[in-house]
Ligand binder design. Sequence first.
Ligand SMILES: *[C@@H]1O[C@H](CO)[C@@H](O)[C@H](O)[C@H]1NC(C)=O
Ligand SMILES: *[C@@H]1O[C@H](CO)[C@@H](O)[C@H](O)[C@H]1NC(C)=O
Ligand SMILES: *[C@@H]1O[C@H](CO)[C@@H](O)[C@H](O)[C@H]1NC(C)=O
Ligand SMILES: *[C@@H]1O[C@H](CO)[C@@H](O)[C@H](O)[C@H]1NC(C)=O
Length: 212
Amino acid sequence: MNTNFLNKFILASLVNLTKLTILDLYQNNLSGSIPIEIGYLSSLNELDLSFNSLNSSIPTSLGNLTSLSGLYLNENHISGSIPKEKGNLNSLYLLSLDDNNLSGPIPSDLENQKNLVTMFLSVNHFIGSIPAFFGNLINLQYLYIQSNNLIEEIPSSICNLISLKVLYLGRNNLRGEILQCLVNINGLWVLKIAYNNLNGEIPSSICNIISL
Ligand SMILES: *[C@@H]1O[C@H](CO)[C@@H](O)[C@H](O)[C@H]1NC(C)=O
Ligand SMILES: *[C@@H]1O[C@H](CO)[C@@H](O)[C@H](O)[C@H]1NC(C)=O
Ligand SMILES: *[C@@H]1O[C@H](CO)[C@@H](O)[C@H](O)[C@H]1NC(C)=O
Ligand SMILES: *[C@@H]1O[C@H](CO)[C@@H](O)[C@H](O)[C@H]1NC(C)=O
């Protein structure tokens, strides 16, 4: 499949497939931008465009896909910030944006996505702090935001995420004390916080935390 495949395919035929629920085009050597017409596929439940060479920014029309539960755009060259329209995707269960060229702060609209269980934002250029509202995404089990440019302290609201199993925060510029309240998250089994400017003790009761 060549460079123009996605654009031609979507433009010419897919726009009418309003009943399409799953579109998986991962690892197809797709390049160029994600066409805005993707927004017409209003029944999409899963969109997987990962492992391609897509660039430009995420089209705001993606916010029209309100039935989306899984969005995989990881391992591309997508730039720009996460559009605030993404906040419309209230059914989102998995958001995978890692390994792109995304920048800007993590948008506050993500707060609406209370169904999120897995969020991959690693290996991008996100700036600002880890938003305190992450603590309201109470279904989160897997949170990966390592290798970004995040600064400031880790908000203590993270400790509200009682379902959390994996937390990757390494390779940022986070500072402050290591949160002692993490001991309250009984199911946490991987915590990676290396390559930051954190200090303080690792809570001794987190004996099953295998890797820093
Ligand atoms: C992928 O696309 C590039 C250019 O878009 C092309 O040169 C290359 O041969 C393609 N690779 C495969 C495996 O099709
Ligand atoms: C995106 O990829 C296309 C096709 O490979 C290329 O022609 C275009 O210059 C790229 N645009 C950006 C902004 O990198
Ligand atoms: C997205 O939704 C808006 C408002 O419902 C509509 O006007 C627009 O045509 C849609 N765009 C796409 C690309 O689906
Ligand atoms: C990455 O994003 C930055 C800022 O948006 C942009 O200037 C740069 O060209 C992008 N790099 C690539 C390889 O697309």
